[in-house]
Unconditional design. Structure first.
Length: 190
């Protein structure tokens, strides 16, 4: 299988279903950002972190491929006029969203209460989590914009929202596990 096809040489690409769009289309920006997020999550997974987090990060990476597939699909080609699905696209489930919430609740039990915003950093691994969180928020913003133009499954928006929260709590947990210093943001009085 060749990696290059030359079909995108004029600045267009094909969505799942065959529709061609410009490479700067909001749909491409959306799933491209999800792909970027997936790479950062792989970077976090490659760090010295606990087995439970690594295993969940692998599941998250798989779920992000599902999100990418949903975003890369032309909604007009995904279903027949009868409403039956034409393309076999996986879905994000409510259970996958709940799993992120449950894991956040579990991690929060061992963390000190949050009284202020915290500055990203303290350890390289923690910083990777914060970068992934920011990329996830960007993916969420782009998916939200896409949703305004061409509605997508709202569970994608919910999943990205919950995932960014999960990455924030994971950053705090890793700060604790790695005995890094969590620096609170306390605005200076003018």
């Amino acid at each position: 299988m060749k990696i290059y096809t030359k079909t995108g040489d004029k600045g267009t690409t094909a969505l799942f279903g065959g529709t061609r769009v410009p490479k700067h289309h909001i749909r491409i920006e959306s799933y491209g950002t999800v792909d970027e997020l997936n790479s950062y999550i792989g970077l976090i997974r490659d760090q010295e972190i606990d087995k439970t987090a690594k295993e969940l990060l692998i599941k998250i990476q798989e779920q992000l491929f599902t999100v990418g597939a949903i975003l890369a699909t032309d909604p007009e080609k995904a279903t027949l006029k009868s409403g039956k699905e034409r393309l076999n696209i996986p879905k994000i489930t409510s259970e996958e969203i709940t799993a992120l919430e449950d894991e956040m609740d579990t991690m929060n039990e061992s963390l000190p209460p949050m009284t202020h915003f915290v500055l990203p950093g303290g350890h390289t691994t923690v910083s990777y989590c914060h970068i992934a969180r920011c990329v996830c928020r960007r993916a969420e913003r782009l998916a939200s914009l896409l949703h305004e133009e061409e509605p997508i499954d709202e569970r994608v928006l919910m999943y990205l929202n919950r995932l960014s929260d999960y990455l924030f709590v994971l950053a705090r947990k890793l700060t604790n596990d790695l005995q890094a210093k969590e620096i609170k943001w306390i605005p200076e009085k003018l």
